[in-house]
Structure formats: C-alpha cells, structure tokens
Design a protein around this ligand. Structure first.
Ligand code: AMP
Length: 186
C-alpha cells in the first residue's frame, strides 16, 4: 500500500508509521528524519534547512520536493511506502500528485491522526524532556502548531476530494490507535 500520514506535530504519526511500516515491510520516509540527519552530517541540504527547523518553520518547498524526487527516481517508493511529514504545504501536495502521476504511483490513503492543540502541547512538552529535540521548546512548538494549522491542514481538502482522506481519532492509547490504523489498511 502507498500511504501518507497526516497530523499535527506530536500526533504520534511518526511512532505509528514506523510500527506499521515494519510490520508490513513498507518503506517509512520521514522528511523530518532525513533533514535532521542532513543537519547532523553537515551536508548542503542540512546547512540550508537548519535555521528553518530551529525556528519551527517549514524549509522551502523546492528543497523538500527535490528530496522526494530523488527517492522516487532511485526506486525507493516502488514497493509500498508511508510518507511521514510530507507533504506539508499545498504546493508540496500538488507537486507530489504530479510525481505520482508521472511515475504511475497510486496513493491508497491519506491517514489523518486527529489530535487537538491542548493535547499536542502537553505531549510535546513531555517529549522535549525525554529526547531533547532542539525544536521542542514551548515557543517553537506553538509556532510549529500554528504552521501546521495554517499551511498543512489545508491539504486535507485535496485528499478529501480524491476520496482518500481517512481520519483516525488520535487521542487514545498508541495500541488502540494502531489497531484503528490496521483496520483501514487491511
Ligand atoms: P518533523 O520531524 O516532521 O516534525 O519535522 C521537523 C522539521 O523539519 C519541521 O518543523 C520543518 O522545519 C522541517 N520539515 C520536515 N518535513 C518538512 C516538509 N515536508 N516541508 C517543509 N519542512 C519540513
């Protein structure tokens, strides 16, 4: 299956995507993970992305779209995948549609983990203490949420129109959420 996972930062989509990809043998592609690795390795991409990430802003669409283009060209998305953290803007979603069309890739579902702002703030503050992510401070988290609501949420409409949007209640235990996801992908 070819899936997109949507949801605000802290919705648990990363955890769920990793678990599902592992169980099904699909590729899990997290643009956040790729960018963090690039920053750590000090690559050109990392240098360009670093400041945006630290401020909780989105990195420019061109950078991300070419990253995904490379993965598709390398055949990495040929046998089932979960995109996690991409697309994040309407232009990214439109570019992705085009790339899918050109490469005869069919998107099966866009799974949306629904979690309210209050719960998100609570969760991310917990994660900040555990993992020490540089972009998990209160101000940056608030900014990432704002960015999500303003720039990412509008792409839900696109997937609703394509009849692939599948909302899952995300304020539940990880196991219950996983069970709900399994139901819609089997
Ligand atoms: P994430 O781990 O998905 O929360 O991503 C962490 C940060 O990486 C985001 O706050 C953005 O700065 C950047 N990022 C990840 N994916 C994208 C994307 N698709 N478009 C733009 N920026 C992204």
């Amino acid at each position: 299956m070819n899936l997109i996972f949507l949801g605000p930062p802290g919705s648990g989509k990363g955890t769920q995507a990793v678990r599902l990809a592992k169980e099904k043998g699909w590729v899990h592609l997290s643009t956040g993970d790729v960018l963090r690795a690039a920053v750590k390795a000090g690559t050109e991409l990392g240098k360009q992305a670093d400041g945006f990430m630290t401020r909780g802003e989105l990195v420019p669409d061109e950078l991300i779209v070419s990253l995904i283009e490379e993965k598709i060209a390398a055949g990495e998305l040929a046998n089932g995948f979960i995109l996690d953290g991409f697309p994040r803007t309407v232009p990214q979603a439109k570019s992705l549609d085009e790339m899918f069309g050109k490469n005869k890739i069919k998107l099966d579902k866009a799974i949306l983990l629904d979690v309210g702002d209050e719960e998100i703030l609570k969760r991310i503050m917990g994660r900040a203490e555990k993992e020490g992510r540089a972009d998990d401070t209160p101000d940056v988290v608030r900014n990432r949420l704002k960015v999500y609501r303003e720039q990412t949420q509008p792409i839900e409409n696109l997937y609703r129109e394509q009849s692939v949007l599948t909302p899952i209640p995300g304020e539940d235990t990880p196991d219950n959420i996983y069970a709900a996801i399994l139901k819609v992908v089997s």
